[in-house]
Ligand binder design. Structure first.
Ligand code: F6R
Length: 260
């Protein structure tokens, strides 16, 4: 696990976008797993700038989602499919066909989960998965005490996550209680995990995930078991790390031939 501490969320976005660009340079049709919420927005903005300046070609890239709300009508502006169309596909000029997603409107939800697992396999697996982290340590919507062996399934959001996400809805009651989320084992099959976090509200969760013990109660601690993880965080999100000095020195003296 590599922890990179950057000055602010713009630098965070640029570094993570650089990892996506490097991947696409070698594999133009790579499958990029994307997260929703506020944390990855600077990454999407940086990618959009790279595409706009002509230095990145994403025309063959494929995009897949991490999670999806259940119970929102199809086309609801806060369904994660709609959010990702707005924040990722359209700004990058990607067609709807480039998107692989889970159907949160399905009548048969266990079937929709199994279908999504199969779709990811058929697509050859996720090359790079971008992740945010919940203030309770969740990744995707794997809430505390999710099994490290979990696959895509229906989960119930904690009250804290519903409160955290209420800002996207007209009222807190509108935040769905249930979601489809890739499981921790599903996420862990991605070849490269890139977690981004900014702001002091994430400092405790980041420290527990990175420096704490492996524990289902901190789902993001499962990242410690993955062979290729980049944690890109701003100073505020890094403020609880005991080893911050070591992480800074390591990155500052990193050989230039080594990417993320
Ligand atoms: C959503 C997702 C979640 C968010 C997390 C942080 O697709 O994967 O794990 O990344 O809830 O959300 P923000 O970035 O809004 O703080």
């Amino acid at each position: 696990m590599e922890i990179v501490i950057v000055p602010d969320s713009t630098a965070m976005g640029e570094l993570a976008a650089g990892a996506v660009a490097d991947l696409l340079a070698g594999k133009p049709d790579a499958l990029i797993g994307v997260a929703t919420g506020s944390s990855p927005l600077p990454v999407y903005a940086a990618l959009t700038r790279l595409v706009g300046s002509g230095s990145l070609d994403v025309s063959r890239a494929r995009i897949c989602q991490l999670d999806e709300y259940i119970g929102l009508p199809a086309g609801h502006p806060e369904s994660y499919r709609a959010v990702l169309e707005r924040e990722v596909l359209r700004p990058l000029g990607l067609p709807a066909g480039a998107f692989i997603g889970a159907d949160g409107t399905a009548a048969d939800l266990p079937r929709a989960c199994a279908d999504y697992e199969q779709a990811l396999k058929t697509a050859g697996g996720v090359d790079l998965q971008l992740l945010g982290i919940g203030s309770d340590g969740h990744i995707g919507f794997n809430e505390p005490c999710s099994s490290f062996g979990s696959r895509t399934r229906v989960k119930t959001l904690t009250a804290q996550t519903r409160a955290d996400n209420a800002r996207f809805f007209d009222s807190p009651d509108e935040v769905p209680r249930h979601v489809i989320t890739q499981g921790i084992a599903t996420i862990s099959e991605a070849r490269h995990l890139v977690l981004v976090a900014s702001g002091e509200a994430k400092a405790e969760a980041v420290a527990l995930a990175v420096e704490g013990p492996l524990a289902a109660v901190v789902p993001a601690s499962a990242l410690q078991l993955h062979p290729h993880v980049s944690v890109i965080i701003d100073e505020a999100a890094a403020s609880n790390l005991k080893l911050a000095g070591y992480f800074r020195a390591t990155y500052d003296t990193k050989p230039s031939w080594q990417g993320l």
